[in-house]
Design a protein around this ligand. Structure first.
Ligand code: THU
Length: 143
């Protein structure tokens, strides 16, 4: 799966965004190491805080279907499906990525109109992050 192909899937996912409050539609396409792709969109709520971002929708769909190994996620977002700027994952979504993905190899691909894209490692967008590695010593002692 190429980066432009994954971005196209993220654009398709954004069409299902439920964003009646912000009107910012976001789509994500999460590539598993086994080649499967899970799509996600943002799902807003009248109470605001229950809103779920596109990235987390994709991750939670995948994990709930038994997937744990991921290689990349493509993300697009913007006002009413106009992806004129890069729409970077929020801090909470970066933290969810850190739970399941290798910091130095997992790729975060940001797409926008006109076929432009930028690719980062998770480590680049979440430097000095907190991950399951930080609980490793404790986990080993407990085992
Ligand atoms: N949003 C995402 O889906 N992903 C992000 O990483 C940033 C924000 C959504 C949440 C909300 O529905 C809308 O974008 C505006 O914040």
């Amino acid at each position: 799966m190429t980066e432009p192909e994954l971005i196209e899937l993220a654009k398709k996912a954004a069409k299902n965004a439920y964003a009646p409050y912000s009107h910012h539609t976001v789509g994500a396409a999460l590539l598993c190491k086994n080649g499967k792709v899970f799509l996600g969109c943002n799902i807003e709520n009248a109470a605001y805080s229950p809103t779920n971002c596109a990235e987390r929708t994709a991750f939670f769909k995948a994990v709930s279907e038994g997937e744990r190994e991921f290689s990349a996620i493509a993300v697009v977002g913007g006002y009413e499906l106009d992806f004129k700027d890069y729409f970077a994952p929020c801090g909470v979504c970066r933290q969810v990525m850190a739970e399941f993905c290798d910091m130095s190899t997992f790729k975060v691909i940001l797409g926008k109109n006109g076929g432009e894209f930028k690719t980062f490692t998770l480590e680049e967008i979440l430097p000095f992050g907190f991950s399951p590695q930080n609980l490793k010593d404790r986990t080993e002692k407990d085992a």
